[in-house]
Structures are given as structure tokens and as C-alpha cells.
Design a binder for this molecule. Structure first.
Ligand code: SAH
Length: 288
């Protein structure tokens, strides 16, 4: 399996390069011998990039003035997720990063993902080494997700997408993880309760807290334990010699992450549901 930014050595024709100008404008370009493309900084000949080492500076051509210089690097998964063609809205890198550990994705894990949308979460999950069965109701989104995954990781990845409605049920049994990014995940909870292995992790990404409350009620009514809801706030910083401060703008809201562990029946379903339950994190005692 190949991965973005894992290529080494000089750039070759056929691979993608990320070019960044001095204003931090970014261009994601597939290199082709003899081709060129226009940037705000001037024209770049692909042949000027092919054969260069990653991390090199390239001078753009300009008629009237000296062209500006751009940095050439291989794109990371985050670069690709924000630039890739999409049908459905993708999950952004800050949330993908959190999902990797919140759902404890590991090599060889059997994952059910629904819906797959544009395949951004699929890409992060496959790169963590998981095997995915995807349920997606829209044929066009499934095709887009497959194309994005193939483009990133090649044909030979454990990724099968079925055109079907996950609210109708899940055929797979003994799943290690279920990852959901769709509007009514509470309708999946009864199916997840039988499709996940005991101890398996359920994770849902939701844009509103109303939906999240509905999901939490469904989880509380089924054999799920350790339910948690979080959101990820990332604040980037402006750093120059003269001024070091947070950037003026940040992404204020994307979505809420809710996770829970599949419990073995019978389970005390009212655990943690009392309104006066402590919300501080209780200490974990380690016994070796
Ligand atoms: N996580 C994806 C984006 C998912 S967008 C990414 O990172 O790219 C939500 C997707 O869920 C859409 O493609 C939509 O068609 C699909 N969907 C909605 N309801 C569904 C259902 N009941 N079963 C399967 N897929 C569903």
C-alpha cells in the first residue's frame, strides 16, 4: 500500500505535488511531462518539477517581471482531503485525527462505515490498516469514494462499498468498529448492538447537539457502555519574529463525536444516566 507523502526521492511524472507560494496559496498538481499550469505567482512547467527533490523551491515564469518562487512537497493526507473532489461534505482533518484514536482504529480491525460520502473518513481508516465494508445509499457518492480511495491507496485495499441503507440493518457480525456519518444514527443503534462484538466501538459524527442528544438516548437504551461526546477545537497560530498570536479566524464548528463500547448482555442500562452523576473524569487505578 502506498500513502501520500510516503514517496521518497525526486518527483516523477504521474505523481502529485503540492506547490505553495509565498502567500500560502496552495496548488495540488498531477505531474505530466511537457505540461504547464498557471498560478498567481506565474507559469510552472511540470518538467521543472520532475526530477527535483521534495522540498525544493521552483521559480514561476512571468513575462513582465521575475516570477515568484514556490515550495514543492508531496501532499499529506490532510492536503488531499481538503482538496479532493467531493460529492458529499467531508470530515475535516482535525476530526479525522481525533476519530483515529477515539475509535481506536488499528491494523486489521473489521470496520463498518456508513455513509461513505466522498471517502475522506475511509481514506484515514484504511491508512490506519483497517478493513472496511461501507454502506452508502447513493451510487454516485459510492463511486466518488471508491475513486478517491483508489487514487490515494491503489486498487488493492480492503474496501468494499455496498449500495444500501444502513437503517435497514447490518449483515456483518462480530465487527470491531462501526463508524457513522449520517443524519439519524440512532436508527442504527439497535443494529449496531448485534453487529458489533462485545467491547467493540461505535462512533458517530454529527453536526448538531439535538441529533447528538437523540443518539445518546438510543445508546442508553441499548447494551452500550462508556458513552462519550466531544468536540474538537483547533486554534492555529500566526508566528513571525514580530508577532506571535492566535490567527484571527478559526473553524468554529464542524461536528460532535460520540463514542460508546458494546457491552455484553445483560447490562445495567441506567449506569451514568442519573442527572447528578459526576462529570469529572474519575481516576483510573492501574494494577499490573
Ligand atoms: N464521512 C464522509 C462523508 C459522509 S456524508 C467523508 O468523510 O467523506 C454522509 C453520507 O451518508 C452521504 O453520502 C449520504 O448519501 C449517506 N447516507 C445518508 N443516509 C444513509 C443511510 N441510511 N445509509 C447509508 N448511507 C447513508
Amino acid at each position: 500500500m502506498t500513502a501520500p507523502s510516503s514517496g521518497t526521492g525526486p518527483f516523477v511524472a504521474g505523481e502529485r505535488v503540492l506547490l505553495v507560494d509565498d502567500k500560502d496559496r496552495r496548488y495540488l498538481v498531477r505531474l505530466r511531462a511537457g505540461a504547464d499550469f498557471q498560478t498567481h505567482a506565474g507559469v510552472i512547467d511540470h518538467d521543472a518539477v520532475i526530477g527535483l527533490d521534495e522540498g525544493s523551491m521552483i521559480t514561476a515564469r512571468r513575462k513582465e517581471s521575475a516570477g515568484r518562487r514556490l515550495l514543492a512537497v508531496r501532499p499529506t493526507l490532510s492536503d488531499l482531503v481538503v482538496k479532493m473532489p467531493r460529492g458529499a461534505q467531508v470530515i475535516y482533518p482535525k476530526d479525522l485525527a481525533a476519530i483515529l484514536l477515539a475509535a481506536d482504529l488499528y491494523p486489521g480491525a473489521r470496520v463498518l462505515e456508513a455513509g461513505v460520502g466522498s471517502g475522506a473518513l475511509s481514506m484515514a481508516t484504511l491508512r490506519a490498516g483497517c478493513c472496511i465494508v461501507g454502506y452508502e445509499i447513493r451510487e454516485d457518492f459510492a463511486a466518488r469514494a471508491r475513486a478517491n480511495v483508489t487514487d490515494l491507496l491503489g486498487e488493492h485495499v480492503p474496501y468494499r462499498v455496498e449500495i444500501r441503507d444502513v437503517y435497514d440493518g447490518i449483515d456483518e457480525q462480530g465487527l470491531d468498529r462501526i463508524l457513522l456519518d449520517l443524519p439519524e444514527p440512532w436508527r442504527v443503534v439497535p443494529h449496531a448492538a448485534t453487529a458489533l462484538r462485545p467491547g467493540g466501538i461505535f462512533l458517530s459524527y454529527l453536526p448538531t447537539i439535538n441529533q447528538t442528544a437523540e443518539l445518546r438516548a438510543a445508546l442508553a437504551a441499548h447494551p452500550f457502555a462508556l458513552a462519550e461526546t466531544t468536540e474538537v477545537l483547533v486554534r492555529s497560530w500566526h508566528v513571525t519574529r514580530q508577532s506571535v498570536r492566535p490567527d484571527h479566524r478559526m473553524v468554529a464548528h464542524t461536528g460532535f463525536l460520540t463514542t460508546a463500547r458494546r457491552a455484553a448482555a445483560p447490562f445495567d442500562s441506567d449506569r451514568g444516566q442519573q442527572d447528578d452523576a459526576e462529570d469529572e473524569v474519575a481516576p483510573t487505578t492501574v494494577v499490573e
